[in-house]
Design a protein around this ligand. Structure first.
Ligand code: NAD
Ligand code: UD1
Length: 335
């Protein structure tokens, strides 16, 4: 039976993907160093999946331990989520980002090479496109990294291209995620990072409804968009998890390297997302308009046709369902 190693499997995207793989009866083993997740996530995944969670408290830079884990569990493919992901932090501390993201990935790839595992699914990001020249963005759009975080994703994509050039029996897919939001239908797991540094839009809206913040700061209402606020492609976390399952099946069948945009193809503004959350929760989310956030673009949304056609994947959940699941997660986890 095949076994998937999930690096960073206790983080936001990894934990949701793990529950889906379990639902599909896919065996997996998680490697995570708990640097951005709570220990209670293990029990939560166990509760959802009604299964023992096989995991190792291990840093991906610990190459020797990775080799042991791969051999012990007869790993056949890898989904690589483990990384640092804060854009602002990467600008302040670029070395840490290159160290964890790039060196960490090299350590994992070397462990794979030594053990003969050659199927690799990589968490890339829409951040690789920077300020887009056009929307919807397709995979041929030029890559214009605006910060060290995005640079690390491009460097890793390039390393993977070079590996495939050298060894044609690798099978790699790089999934360029747009903006995942929402939570598992149980409401048990959601976007729940350890540090308070997560300043993405949905977690910020949640801070307001939890009373941690008085208002949502809207970064600019003077963009050339219909309501003046920034437009993004929000995607339900379980749709994103499903994309991994489909991509795993794809790399199982075919050697090569492929890049896929994983988004809904629909642009939603800051005020539209806020309104949708208010409708679902019945609560008012006060706002304050402030100046544009540095490095933000007006609009960024995907053309997901390649993933639709090749992976046979498309997003199923709408904005209301994304907000409903986030709201359920807030209610089940407010203390
Ligand atoms: P996350 O921080 O919630 O999860 C990452 C997990 O990796 C955490 O559990 C953390 O403890 C673990 N980890 C970090 N460094 C590690 C190390 N050196 N060794 C072992 N484990 C380590 O992040 P996420 O939102 O789940 O993102 C997963 C991946 O997707 C990342 O590569 C991220 O860059 C990428 N991505 C995320 C988004 C997003 O909006 N969340 C968008 C685009 C791309
Ligand atoms: C950000 C990162 C991106 C990364 C992604 C996932 C930047 C510039 N980009 O994307 O590289 O892949 O997170 O981690 O940081 N907004 C507000 N008020 C807030 C928070 C956000 O108005 O308090 C607005 C933003 O200006 C933007 C939209 O909401 O228009 C979405 O922001 P966010 O959730 O941070 O995602 P991105 O900026 O798209």
């Amino acid at each position: 039976m095949s076994c998937i190693l999930i690096s960073g499997g206790f983080g936001y995207i990894g934990s949701h993907t793990a529950t889906l793989l379990s639902e599909k009866n896919q065996k997996y083993v998680i490697v995570d160093n708990f640097s951005n997740c709570k220990r209670e996530i293990v029990d939560k995944i166990r509760t959802i999946t009604k299964n023992k969670v096989c995991f190792y408290d291990c840093d991906i830079r610990d190459n020797k331990n990775l080799i042991k884990i791969i051999n012990e569990n007869k790993v056949t493919s890898v989904i690589h989520f483990a990384a640092l992901k804060s854009v602002s932090e990467s600008i302040v501390n670029p070395l840490e980002y290159y160290e964890v993201n790039v060196n960490g990935t090299i350590s994992l790839l070397k462990a794979m090479q030594l053990t003969g595992v050659k199927k690799f699914l990589f968490s890339s990001s829409a951040a690789v496109y920077g300020e887009p020249d056009f929307c919807p963005i397709d995979e041929s759009h030029i890559l214009k990294p605006l910060n060290p975080y995005a640079q690390t994703k491009i460097i890793i994509e390039n390393i993977l291209k070079d590996i495939y050039k050298a060894e044609k029996n690798w099978s790699v897919a790089c999934l360029r995620y747009f903006n995942p939001i929402g939570a598992h239908k149980s409401g048990l797991i959601g976007d729940d990072p350890l540090s308070g540094k997560n300043a993405n839009l949905m977690p910020e809206i949640i801070k307001v409804v939890r009373g941690i913040k008085d208002y949502l700061e809207v970064f600019g209402d003077d963009y050339p968009t219909p309501d003046g606020t920034g437009i993004r492609d929000y995607i339900h976390i379980m749709d994103l998890a499903e994309a991994h399952y489909k991509a795993l099946n794809f790399i199982d069948k075919k050697n090569g390297i492929n890049f896929f945009n994983i988004g809904t193809g629909k642009g939603v503004s800051v005020l539209e997302l806020k309104k949708a959350f208010e409708n679902v929760s019945g609560l008012n989310v006060p706002i304050k308009i402030s100046k544009r956030r540095e490095g933000d673009c007006a609009a960024c949304f995907a053309n997901p046709k390649k993933a639709n056609d090749i992976l046979k994947w498309s997003a199923k959940y709408d904005l209301n369902q994304m907000c409903e699941s986030s709201w359920k997660f807030v209610n089940r986890n407010s203390k």
